[in-house]
Every structure is written in structure tokens, then in C-alpha cells.
Design a protein around this ligand. Structure first.
Ligand code: DLL
Length: 433
């Protein structure tokens, strides 16, 4: 079903006209209200009234994650705090999270976009949505929650974890739509089997899966094991959260970007040059309607391909291909964004370990695992085994406190981690998606 028939199927020229008008308003607004943008525009020698066509977007500066960090926590907001009704955050490259804010109107826009998203995935009024995305600072849980309510569905705000209980609720409440990360969907299937519940006999029709990379073969596995259709949903906190783009259930071939709210571009990750449709590049988004936290040309580091061919669902919105990788080293472990440098900072802060480490990421029983192998220093090496174990537990706790991710730390003898002659290989990702 198309939730907003008019806006999702606009002829391209009408859509471009809306985009241009909104872009012009946005540029005026951020220039007047966000000192960061005033400075960035001035440095480029560009004034808001010089944006006369959509092509002129390319004259505007990029916004980087570093810029958000430099303006931590609220200096990028374009409205006074009194108008901000919600704050979310995701982890960043240092200990500090990336902070995003919403006005009431932003929450309304987001709910509307999530209703569109769920409808594109085949959900409708009357559905029961088992929402196993995490509730909290992460945008997944609440984003889906408001969207499901806006659609007129019943939402079960089960959040992540306590999987056995989730299986019980799935059996008893008869939910029809599953919303969670693709890896958790498989985990739910597995625990259901352990509990003697045949997932395929449950009432689920569709899973709306995203927030981490996955593949066509993983889609097949989810669809076969769970007996549902699985569609891909993409988003990031900085842009709005989930609700930036979604596959339609009719085609399942690329994710429609809600272009009346977000302009998407692809660029070459090294040169920053624009990349034409059909060729892979880094996704860059401009938020057209957000009030509290608008962003101009935000570099996501996510790699994809854009495609403007018509889709059989009738939507005229451009489609982005599945995310194929990132142009930086960010990992997503159990749905949490993790930069190796964050773990490194925990290790470097200690005297008992050397700065040689290896992060080993794997997937066991459909859940991501993280092992941190780190060399102990010569001095600490002579200590008792009991002490070594307490050092391991200590580091595990520090990493959990900083990142919210559990890991296993393994101290290894001095000089056993391979030294590099060029770029150190510090991450081994064994997950086969
Ligand atoms: O993951 C928002 C979200 C919630 C999307 C629920 C979908 C469903 P962040 O925590 O800020 O926000 O992480 C954003 O996750 O830049 C991508 O690298 C990755 N990501 C999100 N969706 C997908 C996807 C949410 N469908 C970062 N495929 C993004 C691959 C994805 N990667």
C-alpha cells in the first residue's frame, strides 16, 4: 500500500519543484540560525540566495561527523531548546555520542515517514507490530513505535533482549509484523525453535529489518526460516533515524528515499566529486524539512548506488541499493556503532597492556560477538594468573561502559600480536552476512 499516494508518486518535475523550494527555505534558515553553517557558507563565499536550482546544492559545503562532534552537544540545533521535545544519540568516534534533537513538528514528520515506511513494507491499519528494535537513545525503537501508531497498527514495545519471553509473546499475541535487526530476526527464529515453537506457523507476514548491513542470502535465510517477507529499511540518527528509505514489498529491489524530505546524492569518498546515478558512491543527505537539527550535505560514509528507474510499485522516488560497505572503519556490533579507535582509547588509557590489539568479530547463534585480544606489558606479564583475569574483566567493563557493547577480552603474551609493515590489520570480521 502507498501511505501518501500523492507525495510518493509525484511526477519528477513536481517533486523537484518541492525539493527546490524546501532547499531554499532550509538554506536561509540554517544561515540565519546555526553559526556553524553561517561560517561554512561564508568560507565558501556562498550566500543563501545563490541557490537557484537543485544543481546549486553542489556549491554548498559538506557536513561531517567531526563537525557534529565539534559542536557537541547542541550547538548545531537550529531552534532554541524550548522548542526541542526529544533528544536521541548514537555512539561517535570518541567517547562522546552524536546528539540529535527534534521539535514536535519533527516528531510528526518522522511518524509520518515511518508510517509510509511500514506501509511500503506491506503493513496496514489493524496489524500488530512486534517492535524488537531497542528503545532508548537509539532511534530504532521509538521511531518504529510512533510510525506504527500513526499507521493505525497496534504496537508491542518489546524492545531488544529477553528473547525467550519475546517468543512467548509472539505466540500469545499473534503479531503480524516483525520489526528488528536482521540478525535478531534470525536469533528469534532460533530461540523459537529451541522453545518448540514453529515460527512459520505464527501470524507474521513481514519483517522490516535494518540498522546493520545484511545481504540477499541473509534475506533468503530469514524468509525461509521465519516464513515471512523481509524488507530492508535504512536510516541514521543524524538524518532522522529509521524512515530515510525503505524497500517496497512489491519489488524488494532497492530502497525508496523519501525525497520530499531528504535530498540524496552519491559522491566519490576520496575526491568528494559527485557520482552519477548507477555508479557506486558514498551517500550524502540533506534534510529538507527538519526544524531542530537540519543538516546540509551530510556525509554518511555508507556506500550505495542510486537508481531513478520507475518501480513497479508506482512510487516515483529514487531508489538506493543495499548498503555495500562503508568508507570508514565503523563496525556495527549488535546494532551498536563501534569505531576501533574507541576501543583503542580504552586500551591506551591503561598501563598494564601494550598498544597491540586485534578485534575479532564473529556471529554465533545469530548474535554478534566481539573478542578483544590485547598484549600485556612485560611488567604485568610476571603477575599471577588471577590478576590477569581481573585485568581482563576490568577492560571488558570499561569497554561496556563506553560503548554499551559486551565483549570478551583475552590478554596475550608480549610480542605475540603480529606487527605490521604497513597498515596494521586490527580488525578481523568473520561474520558471513
Ligand atoms: O541504525 C537507524 C535505524 C534504526 C535504521 C532501525 C533502520 C532501522 P544509527 O544507529 O545512527 O541509526 O546507525 C546508522 O547504521 O549509517 C549505516 O551504516 C547503518 N545502517 C542502518 N540501516 C542499514 C541498512 C540507525 N538497512 C548506521 N543496511 C548507518 C546497512 C544500515 N546498514
Amino acid at each position: 500500500m502507498i501511505y501518501d499516494k500523492e507525495l510518493e508518486t509525484l511526477p519528477r518535475h513536481a517533486l523537484e519543484a518541492i525539493k527546490l523550494k524546501r532547499l531554499q527555505d532550509l538554506v536561509e534558515r540554517v544561515y540565519a540560525t546555526v553559526p556553524f553553517y553561517k561560517k561554512a557558507f561564508d568560507e565558501k563565499g556562498i550566500k543563501p540566495d545563490e541557490i537557484r536550482s537543485l544543481e546549486d546544492l553542489q556549491k554548498l559545503p559538506f557536513t561531517l561527523k567531526q563537525d557534529l562532534r565539534d559542536n557537541y552537544p547542541f550547538a548545531m540545533f537550529a531552534t532554541p531548546m524550548e522548542k526541542v521535545v526529544r533528544i536521541h544519540a548514537s555512539s561517535g568516534t570518541t567517547g562522546k555520542p552524536t546528539v540529535v534533537g527534534y521539535t514536535q513538528k519533527d516528531i510528526d514528520t518522522w511518524s509520518e515517514l515511518m508510517a509510509r515506511t511500514l506501509a511500503a513494507a506491506g503493513a496496514h491499519k489493524g496489524d500488530i507490530v512486534h517492535n524488537a528494535y531497542g528503545y532508548g537513545l537509539f532511534t530504532g525503537g521509538l521511531g518504529f513505535h510512533y510510525g506504527a501508531e500513526r499507521l493505525g497498527a497496534s504496537v508491542i514495545p518489546v524492545s531488544g533482549g529477553n528473547t525467550k519471553r519475546q517468543v512467548l509473546l509472539m505466540k500469545d499475541f499473534g503479531p503480524t509484523v516483525l520489526t528488528c535487526t536482521p540478525s535478531y530476526a534470525l536469533r528469534l527464529g532460533e530461540v523459537a525453535a529451541e522453545e518448540g515453537v514453529d515460527f512459520r506457523s505464527l501470524k507474521f507476514r513481514v519483517g522490516v529489518c535494518g540498522a546493520e548491513p545484511w545481504s540477499e542470502s541473509m534475506r533468503e535465510e530469514i524468509e525461509n526460516k521465519l516464513g515471512i517477507d523481509a524488507v530492508d529499511i535504512y536510516g541514521l540518527s543524524e538524518i532522522i533515524g529509521p524512515g530515510v528509505s525503505v524497500e517496497c514489498i512489491e519489488a524488494k529491489q532497492g530502497l525508496h528515499v523519501f525525497e520530499d524530505h531528504f535530498i540524496v546524492e552519491t559522491i566519490h569518498p576520496e575526491t568528494g566529486e559527485s557520482v552519477p546515478y548507477g555508479e557506486p558512491g558514498e551517500l550524502v543527505f540533506t534534510t529538507l524539512t527538519k526544524e531542530a537539527f537540519p543538516l546540509i550535505r551530510y556525509r554518511t560514509r555508507d556506500l550505495s548506488v542510486l537508481n531513478q528507474e520507475p518501480c513497479k510499485c508506482g512510487r516515483t522516488l529514487v531508489r538506493m541499493g543495499r548498503i555495500t560497505g562503508r568508507s570508514d572503519d565503523m563496525l556495527i556490533i549488535r546494532g551498536v556503532n563501534v569505531f576501533p579507535s574507541q576501543i583503542e582509547s580504552v586500551l591506551l588509557a591503561r598501563k598494564d597492556v601494550a598498544p597491540y590489539y586485534l578485534l575479532i568479530i564473529d556471529r554465533k547463534e545469530h548474535l554478534d560477538t566481539l573478542e578483544v585480544d590485547v598484549e600485556i606489558t612485560e611488567e604485568a606479564f610476571s603477575g599471577a594468573v588471577k590478576d590477569l583475569q581481573s585485568v581482563e574483566r576490568d577492560i571488558e567493563k570499561d569497554i561496556k561502559d563506553l560503548l554499551g557493547v559486551s565483549c570478551t577480552v583475552r590478554l596475550v603474551e608480549p610480542r605475540t600480536i603480529q606487527r605490521s609493515e604497513g597498515k596494521a590489520q586490527r580488525v578481523i570480521d568473520k561474520r558471513k552476512l
